[in-house]
Design a protein around this ligand. Sequence first.
Ligand code: ARG
Length: 722
Amino acid sequence: MKKLIFLFTSLLVITSLQLSATPDEGMWLPMLIKRLNAADMAKQGCKLTPEEIYQVNQTALKDAIVSLEFCTAEIVSANGLMFTNHHCAYDAIQENSSVEHNYLDNGFWAKSYSEELKIPGQTASILVRMEDVTAEVLKGIDDNTSASDRSKMISDVSKEISKKAGEEGKYKAVVKDMFNGNEFYLFVYESFKDVRLVGAPPQSIGKFGGDTDNWMWPRHTGDFSLMRIYADKDNKPAEYSADNVPYKAKHVIPVSMKGYKEGDFAMIMGFPGRTNRYITSPAMELQMQYINPTQIKLFGKKLDTWKKDMEVDTKVRIQYSSKHASLANSWKYYIGQNEGLERLNVIAQRKKEEDAFTAWAKANDNNKKYADVMSEYSKVVEGYKDVVSQLFYLNIAGKSCEASTLIKHLKNVKTVLEKTPVDTKALEASIAEAKKASEEFYKDYNTQTDFHVVSEMLLLYVNDIPLAQLPPNIAKILAEKGKSNQEKVNKWATKLFEKSLFVSQEKFNSWLAKPNIKSLDKDPLVIFNNELNAYSSASLSPVQQKYASQTEKLKNSYLEGLMKFKKDNKFYPDANSTERLTYGNVKAYHPKDAVNFSYFTTTDGILEKYNKDKTSDFYVPERLIELIKQKDFGRYAENGVLKVAFLTNNDITGGNSGSPVMNDQGELIGIAFDGNWEAMTGDLVFDPELKRTICVDIRYVLFVMDKYAGATNLVNEMKLTN
Ligand code: ARG
């Protein structure tokens, strides 16, 4: 569930990237707010001081902002209770679900601590401090250092710095590259390993609108869930244990019942995953013409294949729900990004900016070193175009067999067996580890579905990639007997699925009971994957690696130059899963000619969209419909109206999912959960006219918890402010 999250007026108003950061644009580093943003934030109406947001020795807002790795959560009770999105907990809910305990469809609400559910593998990290370590990291590196030496030197010293800051495992510490290798920051976290699922609405509410509404406004999704951090008796991180106790929070975000109106100050803190705001025009072209279309086609096929099987079998539906939602999210993202790139003329705009940059570099003796950066970049991209589709087909279509993920576990067993004398302890441990991984894997695995995926994906592979560019083992499939490629592929895949031990839990377990190196080496899936990897390492990876190292250097120089060229601008680094703050306002938008969107939605929209067919994206439980029809909103309505979702112009992206949306006092007014269709190019270019953050109104969240689900125990844990 590696979540991600994220243009158009008749006359395009695209900010010339970072060049003129408007108040709403920018993912700012908490440590630098005081210097870069505090005055502006105060002017916009923020009542918090920079110290109340981030400081090291006293508690601050940052102590309530939690990284879930792929998403964000926020602490809303003294006992470590946190909100995140439903889609961030989707995997956790799915893993804990079965046909008998169908929490996905029915929701889940713990009535006491003891009912809270373990989430295997989930961590919750809270930032302790950050530090600029650029000077230390770049010591001894200059323009003459080769690319490979440079990256080795950076990686070595970064490891040293984080090791020291980790204090023997007390903290999780990482050094992160900012501004394409021009600056480096150390981040030190307290990372909790016992995180439990506390509550989630039925997915018909939490994912209302499904993939149809995903990435779109207007929205009526109750995209929230609750988790809790557990710690040892000293309030320190500990592995999962029944003896752990709820974490005593340093800062708790109050929940506001006051609501908001258009223009109100709004800010978001969280962990945006990845943006590419300084991307060059040739790289954008590559993305648009090669990478996105390939991903859209391959992901689309896989999704259709899953869907067919999910529709006919509830067990398969539960098994593949989370995988499907996560891939569908990326698939629609790439479609939206390509539509936007085309519609908004983004590439031509960027090219103009690059021409101005090159002209400046050429005209200025001190900056001649940047004069050829752009032309070099174009050349490097040109050389990569040839192999990029081949690479994507190999990795997505060639490696489409889900059961392949188990191979590494048996290889570990094999490694132990190959040493003489065999270390029996190590053998037992590797077998136990393989057993555990396989149990988790097979719980959500259907052999027939995997067979369908492999057949469909390989068919695309042999049909779309010219014979001369196919890896030999893929080309060989075409030598099977059969009238059509489809027949040949099916024949081949049938044999694979008959013979491989990985596609059957029974065969896998028998192997583990009596491990046999020979039969593993002879397994057709192992051989097939080995051959693909060998082909990739010999023919494709070298080109890819060369491309990566050449562009790394060019990106570094381009941004270094750009910051000199635009020395009066405030720059912010691209998102890289580190903590950021973005501030702006509650704000509507005008998506296209003659269309204006309101900045909030209400429960009326749920009734309008409602479809009583349970398989529809717009089904909700009858009980919710009744509460809405009777306007039984309790204290959560505003003049009799219950708002569901709203918009701000905050600058967020994937990873920010679940982030707190806060008012001028730092109180929770909503939870961020999506971006909008008209700004799907937002990870590349921020368009202030069109880019919006979609938030679920916290009062709708409380209404669902309290009135719909009766989870009043959880509402009572929070501090509501009026
Ligand atoms: N677009 C949302 C994000 O990237 C995820 C929404 C998940 N919902 C879905 N229908 N797949 O954060």
